[in-house]
Each structure stands twice: as structure tokens, then as C-alpha cells.
Design a protein around this ligand. Structure first.
Ligand SMILES: [Zn+2]
Length: 131
């Protein structure tokens, strides 16, 4: 059984390293999101409705990006707790250590990721052809 795969010490050390860096990122993102929210409140309260509202839109956009990122980070931390971290969600194979270090929130192994990207670009090309 794949689930009974022995987790090596180096793998365990890697997960711990990833967990620490994800925790760190979670704290930073929360701080950034708080700041964006406060800035948004301020600009709203001050009635700084610049003619095009682009400043506020940029803030909202960046705040949204941070929230999306935070979601990935939280999911990663949850998977570490669940013991499913580091396994590809598609093929259940362990994700390469170098890939995990470079991209701790990766949910697919490099092979499945490439296949997904290929499928996505194929389907968007199909949509372009239809549209
Ligand atoms: Zn895979």
C-alpha cells in the first residue's frame, strides 16, 4: 500500500522545514491582509474616491491575491497535519523533494502538473477556436 510507505527521516525533516516556512508565511500574509484591510477602510472612510478609484481597486486586487495565497498556505498546513502532505493528489506518488522545497504548496507531482497544464492549455485553445 502506498499509504503505508515508510517516511524516511530526510522526508520527515523536509516536512518540518516546509511546515515552519508555511507557518511563517501564514503570519506574514495575515499581517499584510490586515494592513490592506485597514488601508481600504481608511480610504473608504476618508471618502478618497479618486475619479477612477484605481488606488482602491489595486488594494482590493492585492488583498485578494494575498487571501488566495493564504488559502493555499492553510491547505498545505492542513495536509501536513493530515499526513497527506507531499503526496500527489492525482497519482498518490510522493512529490519530489526539490519541488516541495521550491513550491511547498504544490499538490501535484511534476508529471501530473505538466499534464494538467497541457490539458488546461488545450481546453483554452479549444475555447478560443469555438469563441
Ligand atoms: Zn502525480
Amino acid at each position: 500500500m502506498l499509504n503505508e510507505m515508510v517516511i524516511t527521516d530526510s522526508r520527515r525533516a523536509l516536512y518540518e522545514r516546509v511546515r515552519i516556512s508555511l507557518e511563517q508565511e501564514r503570519i506574514e500574509l495575515r499581517y499584510l491582509i490586515d494592513n490592506f484591510d485597514r488601508a481600504l477602510l481608511r480610504s473608504g472612510a476618508a471618502g478618497e474616491a479618486s475619479s477612477d478609484g484605481s488606488d482602491q481597486e489595486a488594494l482590493i486586487e492585492r488583498s485578494h491575491q494575498h487571501r488566495q495565497r493564504l488559502k493555499l498556505v492553510l491547505q498545505g498546513l492542513q495536509r501536513i497535519r493530515d499526513g497527506t502532505f507531499g503526496l500527489c493528489e492525482t497519482c498518490d506518488e510522493p512529490i519530489g523533494e526539490r519541488r516541495l522545497l521550491a513550491l511547498p504548496t504544490a499538490r501535484l507531482c511534476i508529471t501530473c502538473q505538466q499534464e494538467t497544464e497541457l490539458t488546461l492549455s488545450e481546453s483554452s485553445e479549444l475555447q478560443r477556436e469555438r469563441g
